[in-house]
Ligand binder design. Structure first.
Ligand code: HEM
Length: 474
């Protein structure tokens, strides 16, 4: 689970001209703004993306929004985003909602920690995502993709029934990440328990962020207690798996093995609590994002038959009649282009944000300590200054030659700087595998005349899902 969308849910927006930025702190948000523009509020709550995009286009890529009680900057300017995510990243930490709310519910792992502790963990865990590890994990992935296709997609092909691709891709991505983490150490029932815990906890966090006033009600209804019980039960499962692994000599070559083998500079390893926190964070961060990107990819392929045909022929040429593999991944260049272009159009993590620790300055813009700054990733990816015809789906933008021309930070589905997504290569490999294996085996059709709308929750998903049918190819 990345970045929060509290802004989206509770903001009212104050238009400020970029040129007035230096006066920003003296400007009081007019209290009557909401009264003047009440019709905007439901629109913002439903889908803030078009509104954010318009006001950024009108204001040279930088505006200030009000978060009821505090200001935040929002920008789609790559050089400014690069400044706070990379060049002066030491001055920026995760925002309060991530540091407090998310940490309280899912633990102190890579996504939610900051400062020295984060750096120590990142240094220790990073090697776990290197090539050799991914090679081992690729086998688990392929196995899981084929298991899923044989047991679920096959049934849809058999019966011809309509299904929701968004739900299916979520199921598949959840299976891939859980098996990559725990391989055979956790039973199907226990995996479902962890999945249910995470889904319920995410809902609770979103609820608390959107409507902070409902917390007492959630407490009275017993929802908070129920969620705590669920989290305790799933923790118990994870702790047992860790204990079992510590005792056994068997090698699993999965992410849990990788976390267990992680060593700090002094040679010590992680405690059980640290292992649990990092495992859960990988789980949370690593499934909804890929699932959404895959769903959007199927939507784009079905609506662009020429790209779909090209991808199919590419998969057939590279793989012959085989499933994809780690060894073949470098040859699946066009699949990668499709994945990259999909995430440009529909970045699963559509915003990310930071809080400055000290006052900062960038090209005349004063960024005050404590004043959050939001990178509007969706806006960057759809900005005409950096992308020709940004609303057109064109995987050629990501051909090796064209990629070289891209402006730094004009494409950032995995964030940027030292906190770049640690699972980026994992996710790219997973998405390439799923697309090639599925397109090789099935023809996906989307049901005509269905409503497709953006639903920017924690990640960017289609609001009403994506209704599809499949036919077997082979
Ligand atoms: C399409 C798939 C994915 C997308 C679009 C994505 C996107 C992102 C983004 C934008 C960030 C940076 C957030 C920030 O700067 O505030 C991030 C961080 C992170 N992601 Fe991913 N992610 C994906 C898949 C994964 C997977 C598969 C895993 C793990 C297996 C993962 C684990 C993480 C972790 C642990 C962090 C925190 C890294 C740190 O702060 O050191 N992600 N991701």
């Amino acid at each position: 689970m990345k970045n929060n969308n509290s802004y989206v849910q509770i903001v009212y927006i104050s238009h400020l001209n970029y040129k007035k930025m230096k006066e920003v702190d003296k400007v009081k948000i007019p209290k009557k703004w909401m009264m003047k523009n009440p019709w905007k509020f439901p629109e913002i709550v439903k889908n803030p993306i078009p509104i954010f995009k318009n006001i950024l286009d009108e204001n040279d890529g930088l505006v200030q929004i009000s978060l009821l009680y505090r200001y935040a900057f929002m920008t789609d300017r790559p050089e400014l985003i690069r400044h706070f995510l990379q060049k002066n990243h030491k001055n920026y930490i995760k925002t309060k909602i991530v540091r407090e709310k998310l940490k309280e519910k899912i633990g102190n792992g890579l996504l939610t920690s900051d400062g020295d502790y984060w750096l120590k963990q990142r240094r220790a865990i990073q090697p776990g995502f290197h090539r050799k590890r991914l090679e081992a994990i690729s086998k688990i992935m392929i196995q899981e993709i084929n298991y899923y296709l044989d047991n679920y997609m096959e049934r849809f092909a058999e019966t011809g029934e309509v299904f929701d691709m968004s739900k299916e891709m979520t199921h598949l991505a959840y299976r891939i990440v859980s098996k990559s983490l725990f391989s055979g150490s956790i039973s199907e029932d226990e995996l479902s328990l962890i999945d249910q815990t995470i889904t319920e906890t995410q809902k609770l966090v979103i609820n608390e962020i959107r409507q902070p006033f409902v917390k007492p009600w959630l407490w009275l209804k017993g929802d908070l207690k129920k969620n705590k019980e669920l989290r305790d039960a799933s923790d118990k499962t994870i702790f047992e798996a860790i204990e079992e692994r510590r005792k056994s000599n068997e090698k699993h070559d999965d992410l849990l093995d990788m976390l267990l083998e992680t060593r700090y500079e002094d040679g010590s390893g992680m405690t059980d609590q640290q292992l649990r926190d990092e495992a859960l964070i990988l789980y949370v961060a690593g499934h909804e994002t890929s699932a959404n990107a895959l769903t959007w990819a199927w939507y784009l392929l079905a609506t662009h038959p020429e790209v779909e045909q090209k991808l199919l022929h590419h998969a057939q040429d590279v793989l012959g009649g085989d499933s994809p593999s780690f060894e073949k991944i470098r040859e699946l260049g066009y699949t990668l282009q499709v994945v990259e272009e999909t995430m440009r159009m529909y970045p699963p993590a559509w915003i990310t944000d930071r809080e400055p620790l000290e006052d900062d300055e960038f090209e005349g813009i004063e960024i005050k300590k404590g004043q959050d700054i939001i990178a509007f990733i969706y806006g960057v990816h759809h900005n005409k200054k950096y992308w020709e015809n940004p609303e057109v789906f064109d995987p050629e933008r990501f051909s090796p030659e064209n990629k070289k021309k891209q402006v730094p930070f004009s494409y950032m589905p995995f964030g940027g700087g030292p906190r770049l997504c640690i699972g980026n290569n994992f996710a790219l490999m997973e998405m390439q595998f799923v697309l090639t294996e599925m397109i090789r085996r099935y023809k996906i059709e989307i049901i005509k005349d269905q409503k497709i709308e953006l639903n920017p929750l924690i990640t960017l998903r289609p609001r009403y899902g994506l209704k599809c049918r499949v036919k077997r190819r082979v």
